[in-house]
Design a binder for this molecule. Structure first.
Ligand SMILES: Cc1ncc(COP(=O)(O)O)c(C=O)c1O
Length: 349
């Protein structure tokens, strides 16, 4: 098996360092740090000066705490494991008035950030009035306030301006800037790139920009230098006659006499079927992928390709975000699919 996922630690570091130099980052490291690896991401971001981390998983939050006593950890999904939250000093979202009313006594000793529902409508308080019910009593320790935008990544959508306005109005209504919140955070990578850090906000809550992809296509590729390379080798080349097929149930059928390269990578390694609708690169040249199987991939090639040649599916010129633009799937979807159990993992830089 030669299918290899290479991660460029130096670029991961440089990107984190560059952004943290301008803005305090709350690094989103959920889902194994977008599948880059929680430990690698933590160590690299910490070295770059980042001290605040956010995840949706209590298990990951605990892992982070075991990595350092010296960081702030914010759990973006609510948990009712209150004793664990206290033991590991994990701050958590306060997702609704109902949650507050049900658990206010159990929340003692836990830092919470009020969550605003806004247009995402996933969780959060409805409005300032509901938030004031919590803020006017001092039953729970509210140290922050936050929201998450539903439309920031869609550059042409008018809804982003609306949700932004809703949020800024809500902050005004509860006089957030006077309340001494240690954390006011709303912006993901796209919102941050569009607007820079909003006034009075303490952190940008960034994911994909740290992991080598542009949140939207209009940005220059230098905004997020790519950090992953996915490659494998040609096992062998075969010459097929017109009408002959290769693979299960004629996964590939030769429409003319042709040469194909069989490679040892497949959807079992996390290559999305939508990605296989586009080219692979061998010796710097692009060739169409003909079929994707669980552990194999077939590429239509020419006489220049030999067994043993390196095949690239992602690299500096086959960027994850280019395929996002082509409709393969979200940046995070392509990255999350990669199978760390089957791919050889190499950290460089
Ligand atoms: C609540 C929340 N905040 C921030 C982010 C980071 O978003 P991005 O990767 O676009 O920067 C995510 C990612 O999905 C998220 O769910």
């Amino acid at each position: 098996m030669t299918a290899t996922l290479q991660i460029n630690r130096k670029r991961l570091y440089q990107q984190a360092k560059r952004i943290q130099a301008n803005t305090n980052v709350l690094a989103v490291v959920k889902n194994n740090a977008y599948n880059i690896g929680l430990n690698l991401a933590f160590e690299t971001f910490y070295q770059a000066g980042i001290r605040a981390f956010a995840t949706t998983s209590l298990i990951e939050a605990i892992e982070l705490r075991k990595m350092s006593e010296n960081i702030y950890i914010f759990l973006m999904n609510p948990s009712v494991e209150f004793e664990t939250l206290r033991t590991y000093n994990i701050a958590m979202t306060l997702p609704s008035l109902t949650f507050y009313q049900k658990y206010k006594d159990e929340l003692e000793g836990i830092e919470v950030h009020l969550e605003y529902k806004n247009l995402l409508r996933r969780s959060g308080f409805d409005d300032a009035e509901d938030m004031r019910i919590v803020l006017d009593k001092t039953v729970v320790n509210v140290t922050g306030i936050w929201t998450h935008f539903a439309f920031a990544d869609e550059i042409d959508s008018p809804e982003y301006e609306l949700e932004k306005q809703n949020w800024l109005t809500l902050l005004d209504e509860i006089r957030a800037s006077e309340r001494g919140f240690r954390f006011i955070h709303a912006q993901n990578s796209a919102s941050y790139m569009r607007d820079e850090l909003f006034p009075d906000h303490t952190h940008a809550r960034l994911g994909i920009l740290l992991y080598g992809s542009r949140p939207y296509h209009e940005l220059d590729t230098n905004t997020a230098p790519s950090v992953i390379t996915l490659s494998t080798n040609v096992i062998q080349t075969l010459d097929l006659k017109k009408g002959e097929s290769s693979g299960y149930s004629s996964a590939f059928k030769a429409e003319t006499d042709c040469r194909v390269a069989i490679c040892d990578i497949g959807y079992g390694d996390g290559v999305l079927r939508t990605r296989a609708k586009h080219d692979a690169m061998i010796n710097g040249k692009r060739y169409p992928i003909g079929a994707l199987m669980m552990s194999h991939m077939l590429i239509t090639v020419d006489q220049d390709v030999k067994s043993g040649d390196t095949v690239h599916l992602y690299n500096d010129s086959l960027r994850v975000d280019e395929y996002t633009h082509l409709g393969v799937g979200a940046n995070s979807e392509q990255m999350s699919a990669l199978n760390h159990n089957s791919l050889v993992k190499e950290i460089i830089g």
